[in-house]
Ligand binder design. Structure first.
Ligand SMILES: [Ca+2]
Length: 451
């Protein structure tokens, strides 16, 4: 018996017995896993190990055929399961037997490593390993030559749910899809860290955007191999990205400022991870500002401003500055107008500021601005936000009126997370009503009612 994840909510199970049955287990339904059979393997694979590959296919390696849960007559066959056909195809045999206490794992270079075995009551333990090169790494012309692979020349180190990761690839134009495979933690026939997630891609020049699903159940936190797969089905070597709900991959280039006083003090230096050296200096001007665009609304707990510290005068330039946070763009560069812009949180720094200043926000925000309410030069080293996972909007239902023929129901977002109710679909016969944003809607009484 072995199993491996071949989709966010789909496990491929190989019973391993002489029936050679395999099945897919859909665990997307709460508390109700749904099994269905898929193709049978050619050989039994008792104590074989299954491994998911970058394209969503899977291998089963080794095991035995003689009915023992641990050791028996070795099976050398390697088989590959296709998600398109549900059928298994024989691959090259393993050079050595791989039974109980053997391991196998997908590597970031797209190959599979298989190693070990202990044989009960004999001296035939296998202290060795081997690499399997899957067919997708070869040219499809039968020449036996390795195929050219798309390359990743730059990749983010971390990303959060719902975020777009941007990869640089000279072969970006040929990329058709991307997959995330969590780094392996394999023992005793199972990868206990297994997770496989296909992701949407969008290509712009040599940049490949890969969208991390917004749901942590779809892509559990952890370190993933991200493979970019080209039009010939050839995967890149993986970039390893840590999916962390508190991670921040906002490009520093999304920082802007009202002006720049000297070439060494551009706006991006307020968001480059360097908290030690002077970052941003604007010209002395009326109400100077610096701001960052996170690219989408994030749940921002607080921001810490790393202040200039060389002289008291320079440190106090941030005194009484305003911190603005908003889900929508700021519509004015005036302090008074921004303070009164709907949806904007405005917090003022004290009249004496230290080397770091923490400002609690505790709200969803895409834009954060720091602005001085007088003529001065704005100076700071770095702005560091703390993020948390964005909670989902929550629906609340209220019955507002009822007659013999109709019920008027209002659906609203009662949660702390921002979000607008665009439509509502009710299950049950004839009950399929939609409503505009946060609007009440009417359901004909009796239709679909259970009697
Ligand atoms: Ca900095």
């Amino acid at each position: 018996m072995t199993a491996t994840m071949v989709g966010p909510y789909t496990m491929l199970g190989i019973t391993g017995g002489t029936s050679k049955e395999t099945y897919l287990l859909d665990v997307s339904k709460d508390g109700r896993p749904v099994p269905r059979t898929t193709g049978a393997t050619k050989d039994p694979h008792i104590t074989g190990t299954a491994v998911t590959l970058p394209d969503g296919s899977a291998l089963v390696i080794g095991g035995n055929s003689s009915g023992s849960e641990t050791y028996g007559t070795p099976v050398y066959g390697t088989e590959r399961w296709s998600p398109e056909t549900g059928q298994w195809t024989s691959m090259a045999n393993t050079p050595r037997q791989r039974q109980y206490h053997s391991v196998a794992a997908l590597l970031p270079d797209g190959r599979v490593w298989s190693a070990g075995t202990s044989i009960n009551g004999s001296n035939a333990n296998e202290y060795n390993g081997a690499y399997f090169t899957p067919p997708y790494l070869y040219k499809q012309d039968g020449s036996g030559e390795l195929a050219p692979r798309p390359q990743i020349t730059n990749a983010p180190k971390t990303a959060s749910w719902g975020e777009r990761m941007t990869f640089t690839s000279p072969q970006a134009a040929s990329i058709r899809k991307a997959t995330l495979v969590r780094l392996s933690a394999t023992t005793h026939q199972y990868d206990f860290s297994g997770a496989f997630v296909p992701a949407e891609v969008s290509v712009n020049g040599d940049q490949v955007g890969v969208d991390v699903p917004s749901n942590g159940n779809t892509v559990p936190a952890g370190s993933y191999m991200v493979f970019l797969i080209d039009s010939a089905g050839v995967p890149s070597k993986a970039a390893v990205v840590r999916i962390d709900p508190a991670a921040d991959s906002t490009p520093r280039s999304t920082a802007t400022a009202s002006s720049q006083n000297g070439s060494q003090y551009p706006a991006w230096k307020g968001y480059d991870g360097d908290t030690s050296t002077l970052g941003v200096v604007t010209k002395s001007q009326a109400e100077p500002w610096w701001q960052i665009d996170f690219g989408r609304s994030r749940q921002v707990g607080s921001i810490t401003i790393h202040n200039r510290t060389d002289t008291t005068t320079n440190r106090q330039r941030l005194r009484s500055a305003w911190v603005f946070a908003s889900d929508d763009p700021f519509t004015s560069t005036s302090v008074s107008a921004t303070r009164s812009q709907p949806g904007v949180t405005a917090k003022q720094l004290p009249s004496t500021v230290g080397s770091t200043v923490n400002v609690s926000l505790g709200r969803s925000a895409r834009y954060v601005r720091i602005q001085i309410p007088r003529t001065d030069s704005l100076n700071l080293k770095e702005v560091v936000p703390t993020f948390s996972a964005t909670p989902a909007p929550q629906l609340g239902l209220t019955k507002t009126s009822q007659t013999d023929s109709q019920v008027v129901v209002k659906v609203a977002n009662t949660g702390t997370a921002s979000g607008t109710i665009q439509s509502v679909t009710l299950p049950g016969a004839g009950w399929a009503q939609t409503a505009g944003p946060n609007a009440p809607f009417t359901v004909a009484a009796g239709r679909g009612r259970r009697r």
